[in-house]
Design a protein around this ligand. Structure first.
Ligand SMILES: NC(=O)c1ccc[n+]([C@@H]2O[C@H](COP(=O)([O-])OP(=O)(O)OC[C@H]3O[C@@H](n4cnc5c(N)ncnc54)[C@H](O)[C@@H]3O)[C@@H](O)[C@H]2O)c1
Length: 319
């Protein structure tokens, strides 16, 4: 087996959908899923899985050598709300894990995908149509690790010619795996509660506008940026990508178009509200559009219809 693909943090919200997508595209045996925890029953266990703690370089090295890995999709990280609760552990995983992956990529000549986030921006960044290249002074540990991660990726690309590419994901909405403790998780949870109870208590204020994306668009963006012609890329890493932006009140109205009795109320969590208030309301993604042809397919209405259809087939209303 040559040129295998390794995914770290593969049991999480993104990995649960990226693993099957990459296996469908590149072959089942070629894509090695890995995580600190074992995959949930029924999760994509129909292919190679390795236990890897990314903070342990020898574990990464062992798998890269044994499988002749040529490309690493590095998803293992601590998300924004959890990282604010455990900032020291977040630094150690988010920076230590990325450093280990980049070092392995340098030594074994692997390409790397690194997911950054709208969390890489901060309160002094322009919040509407946030530019690709702009002020990045985040005030959360998550944001600090994402900016430092973007810079470290750029450094490895320039200094050691590692082919490292990446995207700044907005909040991601999906129905396959639960989200891992981010600030935008409300936009997933609301669908589960709407289908089950027709009621949701939101931890962000009704007018909190944030950039969001439906998972099928995010997965497509990952494969497209990794397959893009390098000659066309001037940024390579940390591309802004956008699809839709909305407030909790607007999302509730979109759900009400399908579930007329749906009720939303609000109990604002000051920690997550402060994080959200420091993030972009919308992103300028023209660099991604021109350099590798990015175009989203799901807007708010299309995403809402698809989420409710998929969850409605799986979940029963509680009453
Ligand atoms: N989900 C989003 O909305 C979103 C938005 C922007 C950026 N991102 C980024 O995308 C990446 C993946 O996010 P996600 O939502 O899938 O996260 P997640 O929390 O759902 O999954 C992360 C996975 O990493 C694993 N992990 C934790 N510590 C580990 C370690 N030491 N070694 C190996 N694995 C470990 C966890 O078990 C988990 O399965 C992260 O870098 C995140 O910052 C996510």
């Amino acid at each position: 087996m040559t040129d295998a693909i390794l995914i770290t943090g593969a049991a999480g919200q993104i990995g649960s959908e990226l693993v099957p997508a990459l296996r469908a595209r590149y072959g089942l045996e070629r894509v090695i899923a890995s995580d600190l925890r074992m995959p949930a029953p029924g999760a994509p266990a129909d292919g190679p899985f390795e236990h890897i703690d990314c903070t342990r370089p020898e574990q990464l090295q062992d798998v890269i050598r044994r499988h002749d890995v040529g490309k690493i999709f590095h998803l293992a990280a601590m998300l924004s709300a959890v990282a604010e609760d455990k900032p020291q552990a977040a630094w150690s995983l988010n920076m230590g894990g990325l450093y280990n992956v980049l070092e392995m990529a340098r030594q074994y000549r692997c390409a790397v995908f690194f997911p950054s986030s709208i969390g890489a921006f901060g309160p002094t960044t322009p919040r509407d149509l946030t530019p690709q290249d702009t002020v990045q002074r985040p005030t959360t540990m998550y944001g600090v690790t994402k900016v430092a991660g973007e810079l470290l990726c750029d450094y490895y690309a320039r200094r050691f010619s590692v082919d490292v590419r990446g995207l700044r994901f907005p909040g991601l909405i999906s129905h396959v795996a639960p989200p891992g403790g981010g600030t935008t998780d409300y936009a997933v949870e609301i669908f589960y509660q709407a289908v089950r109870y027709r009621h949701f208590t939101c931890w962000l204020a009704p007018d909190t506008r944030l950039e969001m994306m439906y998972m099928p668009d995010a997965i497509r963006a990952v494969t497209e940026v990794m397959e893009a012609d390098p000659a066309r890329l001037t940024h390579r890493n940390a591309f802004n990508i956008a699809a839709m932006n909305f407030t909790p009140a607007e999302l509730a109205a979109a759900i009400r178009a399908h579930i007329p009795g749906f009720v939303i109320d609000y109990e604002v969590d000051p920690v997550r509200q402060a994080i959200a208030d420091s993030w972009p309301r919308s992103l300028d993604d023209r660099a991604a559009r021109t350099e590798w042809g990015w175009a989203p397919r799901f807007d708010l209405a299309a995403m809402t219809a698809d989420m409710l259809e998929k969850l409605g087939a799986r979940l029963k209303p509680a009453r």
